[in-house]
Design a binder for this molecule. Structure first.
Ligand code: N7H
Length: 484
């Protein structure tokens, strides 16, 4: 394991956003501040010292990696706590003449403009309790299992007393047994994240100077945390200016996007089976062509026709690919989820691709599919969380201009000529009014062939049932400006 000098103020930055909190379970507690003066006192005196910094998260991560290297089975019961505020929450803390932060944050996730821009389901159709009152902030409590996390969540509620009203809370948890680290459709998740310049804590570092793990491009930390250089818009490697801060207390903070995404798992499985039969192909291959990876995590770019679970689980190889040398979508469709949301070397240059990165930190929620559950009976899916310093240029851009845009990636032509419309991201893409979506080339023309196929998706298998935009302040901002 190698470490490059840390110029980042990790003791100031919350742990979930740069490093990730060690979590088998995560409780999301959405609250309204009912008594601002009391809330500020409780935050200063009780909460702040319990907030898990990126430094602590990194030390824990190192211990986990060290144990893995030594093949030790022992694990530790670590609790971690982070928190963020909506625009309404910041107004409660610092008044209504606060500086204007990111335009998307100021609008909010439930604003009609946001809903229209992202083709989201209207808040009237979201989980009822989530929208039963104003949401000022969220606590994230993580740990080794749900009962541990519930215990600490209850202690936190007691510590806050009547300073807050809990509007909604929900537990996320990793899936059991062999499905651990797989999301509910069955795919291995959490493989590809941007590498952060200044933090190297993974095993298996690449020999390439601008990569973390093999294939993992390094990104300047200002893309995810305020106060540091961001990406140069014209050069994927050079640092660009730090992102604008409307107030100096934003330093070491970040924006968090939360989306409760319900997944219709039995419906997804049935659809894939029926469509694979129609197209005369293996259903696992069709599912992989929708995602861009096999369930094992193996990328189609490296395993275009058959799964390779050894490859899927190998951190040295499972992210080491691009799309540039697959110009005719023979191995991986242009519309496949991972090709849409991070096109790598397939767009107007690598510098552009690196301007729309996010750090993902979500966790599944809901029970496993029951035997005999042929239409969804229980709400399950992904508590999607991502971090960035511009919601518009990062999360919203990905959802709006990539996943929801059938024309992206632009400028592709068929091998024999003629323009290609890649279609929607079949996993998270949303058409206006939840209309029918299409994706191009579900059937592979690999290594050769010219069979033209389309996949029509009359329904979404992923739907939005709650959402929020939060600011995750630095630990000093929590201790001072926001609670004075
Ligand atoms: Fe996605 N899935 O199971 O199909 N995602 N995602 N995602 N996603 C990824 O590489 C999934 C969602 C990104 O760097 C993998 O770690 C599901 C939203 C990005 O190559 C799988 C849902 C957004 C990446 C899934 C969902 C993104 C990524 C491969 C919702 C942003 C990294 C595992 C229920 C708008 C791409 C991995 C890269 C990877 C799935 C949501 C974005 C399997 C089921 C809302 C940037």
């Amino acid at each position: 394991m190698q470490q490059i000098t840390l110029q980042l103020d990790l003791a100031e930055i919350q742990g979930d956003l740069l490093i990730g909190m060690q979590k088998n379970a995560e409780l999301f507690i959405f609250f309204k501040i009912s008594d601002p003066p009391r809330f500020k006192t409780r935050l200063r005196e009780y909460v702040v010292r319990r907030v898990t910094s990126a430094r602590t998260a990194l030390e824990r991560e190192r211990r986990v990696y060290e144990r893995r290297r030594q093949r030790e089975a022992k694990t530790e019961a670590w609790m971690a706590l982070n928190l963020g505020f909506t625009r309404d929450g910041l107004t409660q803390l610092i008044g209504s003449n606060q500086p204007r932060l990111d335009p998307a944050f100021e609008r909010g996730a439930d604003n009609p403009e946001t809903i229209a821009a992202l083709n989201d389901l209207a808040p009237a159709k979201w989980t009822r309790d989530f929208r039963s009152d104003r949401i000022d902030g969220v606590f994230l409590v993580t740990g080794p299992d749900p009962s541990f996390v519930t215990f600490h969540g209850n202690a936190l509620r007691q510590g806050l007393g009547s300073a807050v009203k809990i509007v909604y809370s929900e537990m996320g948890a990793v899936r059991p047994g062999a499905e651990r680290r797989h999301e509910h459709f069955g795919f291995l998740d959490g493989i590809s994240q941007p590498g952060i310049r200044g933090i190297m804590h993974r095993l298996y570092l690449s020999h390439e100077p601008d990569q973390g793990r093999p294939g993992q491009d390094l990104v300047w930390p200002g893309e995810f945390v305020f106060g540091y250089p961001g990406q140069d818009p014209n050069d994927p490697v050079k640092p660009g200016p730090p992102p604008d801060m409307a107030a100096s207390w934003m330093k070491n903070g970040s924006f968090m996007v939360f989306r409760r995404l319900e997944q219709k798992v039995p419906e997804f499985r049935r659809f894939v089976a029926e469509q694979a039969a129609r197209l005369g192909m293996d259903r696992e291959l069709l599912a992989a062509r929708m995602v861009g990876r096999w369930k094992s995590g193996a990328p189609l770019e490296l395993a275009p026709l058959r799964d390779n679970s050894a490859l899927g689980g190998d951190e040295r190889r499972n992210n080491d690919f691009g799309f540039g040398d697959d110009p005719d979508q023979r191995k991986c469709p242009y519309a496949a989820h991972i090709r849409k949301v991070y096109p790598r070397d397939d767009t107007g240059g690598l510098a552009e691709a690196q301007r729309h990165r996010i750090i993902r930190a979500g966790i599944p929620f809901g029970p496993e599919v029951e035997s005999g559950e042929t239409t969804t009976k229980h709400s399950r899916g992904l508590m999607f969380v991502c971090y960035q310093t511009s919601i518009e240029r990062q999360f919203e851009y990905i959802q709006r201009h990539y996943a929801n845009n059938p024309e992206f990636v632009e400028g592709k032509t068929r091998p024999g000529g003629g323009a290609v419309t890649p279609g929607y991201d079949p996993i998270i893409g949303q058409a206006p009014g939840q209309g029918v979506r299409e994706m191009d080339e579900p059937y592979p023309n690999y290594p050769a062939g010219s069979r033209r196929t389309t996949l029509q998706l009359p329904q979404q298998f992923v739907t939005l049932t709650a959402a929020g935009y939060f600011f995750m302040p630095s630990i000093t901002a929590l201790r001072t400006v926001l609670t004075s």
